[in-house]
Ligand binder design. Structure first.
Ligand code: HEM
Length: 465
């Protein structure tokens, strides 16, 4: 900027902006002013300076940023889709056909929306794992962790409600199976299910309810919570700072200006992901089957992939235990994690310590081995209801196997922890990794290894494969 391009404007707000953005004065040329407006916008989200260590890509993997980018793609493509959509059967289905065949770039926009929605679930879960593995949930970031869990639930809700909108076979039956899980909640389940469906079964009222949730209530809440999430990162003193096991952070640490040192890599990351998403959306169409037919149910009828772990649990436990108690306990423990896993000395160290790394690998390996064995045993060998015929099924096929499983997990993880002299935080890590891996195994089994009648099968032996 040349000296004649600047002028002094005596105002405290401008003075403050000038100090951070343009130390030699307010630019008067068009480009300079534009640049200043953009910079000021950026500084509404980011602080002016950040700790240089937090720029390390292999610390955050950009997963929070990717989740935010996908949300932006979802909102923009969602608005475009909405312009060609009527939320009533059978128009909904016909509109999607019309969109993909007659509307310019209609297919591309639909594919982008579909794949971004699915990737967002994966990205948000990986981001949660990153935060947990680096201790980012611990004080003072408890509230932001809980906000994150709430956002993850909303993201799942957004996906689930969007699933029904094309009104095809896949959508109709996945939502029928998915919503039936809600009715297992004791006392209020049936009522909740009816409220969501707007009647006794999935129909026109359900489509309207899901549409309202999908295009307004859930996205507005997500955007509000996300803004608060970002603001909290700043209030909590920025990101946790990466460090090596046992390292003490120096009192004075190097910081760099957000523009360009953080914004430049962020921009490159966003462009790269946009390119990947566009290529993917051009090559891989979002699924669309025949129009929904409530009279003919496909076999097997499966929930959306992200609820397959839950559906798999239901095959092994009484519904009140599988659909309500286990997910309820898991979610409560996740929400309250920052209140019982509080060691702040190791915040910023991946897996707490070198020992923590080995323990996490051992725990994941054991779960990868034991979880499928348990599924096979429960399918072919164990028959609780036959063995304990006089007991109520929620005890014989619910509390009994759950207690045995929990006891097994605690004994196993406790034994690993004792052998390795693990600390409390490392024990929490071992249990978390074990349970998360088990959820992944159940989800994979549900998606790929359950065939007609929800029987276990080898997918490559299915006729037509
Ligand atoms: C829609 C989803 C989400 C978006 C857009 C989002 C966005 C972000 C971004 C951009 C960051 C800073 C950089 C980074 O770590 O990548 C961050 C940090 C953080 N997020 Fe999220 N997040 C989401 C979901 C979650 C979830 C599911 C959790 C956990 C349950 C969570 C908890 C946190 C915490 C505690 C931090 C601070 C971590 C630290 O200081 O190291 N977020 N989030």
């Amino acid at each position: 900027m040349k000296p004649e391009d600047t002028e002094e404007i005596p105002s405290s707000l401008f003075d403050r902006m000038r100090k951070t953005l343009a130390p030699s004065g307010i630019p008067t040329d068009r480009r300079g002013r534009m640049r200043m407006v953009v910079d000021t916008l950026i500084l509404h989200i980011h602080p002016t300076k950040v700790n240089s260590r937090t720029l390390r890509f292999t610390y955050t993997w950009g997963l929070g940023g990717l989740s935010a980018l996908l949300t932006v793609i979802l909102v923009s493509t969602g608005v475009l889709l909405e312009m060609n959509y009527t939320p009533s059967p059978p128009d909904a289905y016909l509109d999607i056909i019309n969109l993909t065949t007659n509307v310019w770039f209609g297919s591309l926009v639909r594919n982008l929306h579909h794949w971004s929605g699915n990737l967002l679930i994966v990205a948000a879960v990986l981001h949660l794992l990153r935060v947990f593995f680096t201790g980012g949930h611990r004080p003072p970031r408890e509230l932001n962790w809980m906000l994150g869990v709430a956002m993850l639930l909303l993201v799942l809700g957004a996906n689930f409600t969007g699933y029904l909108l094309p009104w095809d076979e896949l959508a109709y039956w996945a939502i029928t199976v998915g919503t039936s899980i809600i009715s297992y909640v004791p006392l209020v389940g049936e009522w909740l299910n009816r409220l969501l469906l707007g009647g006794p079964e999935v129909g026109a009222a359900t489509l309207l309810n899901f549409y309202a949730l999908h295009i307004s209530i859930i996205p507005v809440t997500v955007v509000l919570l996300m803004s608060y999430h970002f603001w909290r990162i700043r209030k909590d003193g920025g990101l946790t700072i990466p460090k090596k096991p046992g390292e003490e952070l120096p009192k004075k640490m190097e910081s760099v200006t957000t523009i360009p040192y953080l914004v430049r890599p962020e921009l490159m990351f966003a462009i790269a992901w946009l390119a990947i998403m566009f290529f993917w959306a051009m090559l891989v169409p979002a699924p669309l089957e025949g129009i929904a037919n409530p009279l003919v149910s496909p076999n097997p009828a499966k929930a959306p992939w992200y609820f397959m772990g839950l559906q798999e649990l239901l095959l092994h436990f009484h519904p009140v235990i599988g659909a309500v108690l286990i997910p309820g306990l898991a979610l409560t423990s996740l929400f309250l994690l920052p209140f019982y896993d509080v060691e702040i000395k190791t915040v910023g160290v991946y897996f707490r310590s070198q020992r923590g790394r080995y323990l996490a690998i051992i725990s994941a390996g054991l779960s990868l081995l034991i979880s499928p064995i348990w599924v096979l045993l429960d399918e072919y060998v164990i028959h609780w209801t036959m063995w304990l015929p006089s007991w109520p099924t929620w005890i014989s096929n619910g509390l009994v196997p759950l207690s045995i499983l929990l006891l097994g997990i605690f004994v196993l993880t406790g034994w690993i922890a004792k052998l390795s002299r693990a600390s409390l935080e490392e024990r929490v890590l071992v249990i978390f990794v074990y349970l998360f891996t088990a959820l992944v195994v159940l989800t994979v089994i549900g998606i790929f290894f359950r065939g007609p009648g929800m029987e276990l099968f080898w997918p490559w032996m299915m006729p037509g494969h």
